[in-house]
Design a protein around this ligand. Structure first.
Ligand SMILES: Nc1nc2c(ncn2[C@@H]2O[C@H](COP(=O)(O)OP(=O)(O)OP(=O)(O)O)[C@@H](O)[C@H]2O)c(=O)[nH]1
Length: 364
């Protein structure tokens, strides 16, 4: 038997060393990329920047084929906030925990899925027809609660195999969850400054500011602007009969019903007490009357749930006015809508009256 050739041995050792060095460099580069991403995640200043970083830049930087962000939004808080933001790719908002439970079960750790190891989840985690074959599914957890998930997908079935380490990804999802939570808190604070705490519609301060912008845009671009005043009927009696707390609850639910009836771009605010005001840009008289009637009918049909679990019914009256041609101030529109509201009250309540209507004929 011939002795091993020392040159060949050295050559082989050199090659082994070389591939170890390459693997180390590879890891170092990966670490650098993750480090840079972490630093940027901690420094984002807006929700749209955060979403773009997670869904577009992560995908491109890491050579992925798809990235998805799911966020739990049971109160519809994000559903209301996101349409106003310019998003390169929107997150999917979840009304309940179901889809997250399907992916993570009770374990809530990063899952690497692909052919033979959870491949049914790959299809669930991306839009239909996305064609992903393997994926990393990252749970976003804050203070022990699952608040969403981040999905990285690849067409390569072996990109995420069952045995790869998840250390980098675990760290990334922990940092992403912190960044998302602080962004949501910032957004909540911003909204709190312009929202009525009881009813969820905008506060009077915000209305006074926005209404002037809406007025000048409608005048400049010559499009219709409708104004509704909505006032709960005999609200004093609700308070007197059921207590102030139940009265508050009715106002809270009326606020929710108004918001449900409006489009993005409409403006609803609590004008004071039990009175709400709604501005409908680019809406003509017929359209505005339809919105007012929709809200009126929703309130009339709603069982208002009391804190004790009982129910009571309530109605509201609506006054409607259109921006008059040649109007010189927004106050004219408000005054006309307010007059129409009082006409609706005088005509028997639970009805919509438009400024200029014959109030007797306008009864709902
Ligand atoms: N619970 C509760 N009551 C409020 C709030 N703001 C105003 N109110 C009450 O709303 C009632 C409004 O009463 P009125 O202006 O007499 O009108 P109304 O009883 O609704 O009668 P009409 O408007 O003529 O149908 C008053 O009793 C106020 O105290 C509030 O934030 N919460």
């Amino acid at each position: 038997m011939s002795a091993p050739d020392p040159h060949a041995q050295i050559q082989e050792l050199r090659q082994q060393l070389q591939s170890l060095l390459e693997a180390a460099h590879d890891n170092e580069r990966k670490l650098d990329r993750f480090d840079a991403l972490e630093r940027r995640l901690m420094a984002v200043s807006s929700m749209e920047e955060l979403v773009t970083l997670l869904l577009v830049e992560c995908r491109d930087d890491f050579g992925l084929d798809a990235a998805e962000l799911w966020l739990l939004d049971p109160e519809g808080e994000l559903r209301r906030a996101l349409p106003t933001l310019p998003m390169a790719k929107a997150p999917r908002l979840l009304e309940h925990h179901g889809p997250l439970k399907d992916i993570f079960g009770a374990v809530r750790t990063t899952r690497l899925v692909g052919p033979g190891h959870g491949e049914d989840l790959v299809a669930q985690a991306f839009e239909p027809g996305a064609g992903m074959r393997s994926a990393a599914l990252l749970p976003l957890i804050r203070q022990g609660l699952l608040i969403g998930s981040l999905h990285f997908g690849a067409r390569d079935p072996e990109r995420y195999d069952a045995v790869s380490g998840t250390k980098f990804l675990d760290r990334l999802c922990a940092i992403a969850a912190i960044a998302i939570e602080s962004m949501l808190n910032r957004e909540r604070l911003r909204r709190a400054g312009m929202t009525d705490g009881l009813t969820g519609v905008h506060n009077r301060r915000y209305f006074d500011h926005r209404s002037l912008i809406e007025f000048s845009q409608a005048v400049r671009h010559r499009y219709p602007l409708a104004c509704l005043f909505l006032d709960v009927d005999h609200f004093k009696a609700v308070n007197d009969r059921h207590g102030h707390q139940v009265g508050d609850e009715v106002l809270r639910q009326v606020g929710g019903l108004i918001l449900r009836s409006l489009r993005t771009g409409d403006l609803a605010a609590r004008y004071g007490g039990e009175e709400f005001v709604v501005l409908l840009p680019r809406t003509d008289l017929a359209g505005a009357r339809e919105v007012a009637e929709r809200i009126r009918a929703l309130v009339q049909d709603a069982p208002f749930v009391t804190p004790e679990g009982g129910t009571l019914s309530a109605t509201l009256s609506a006054g409607l006015a259109m921006l008059p041609a040649g109007a010189v101030s927004f106050a004219e529109l408000l005054t006309a809508a307010d007059r129409a509201l009082y006409a609706a009250k005088r005509a028997g309540r639970n009805r919509t009256v438009a400024h200029g209507d014959d109030t007797g004929a306008a009864a709902a």
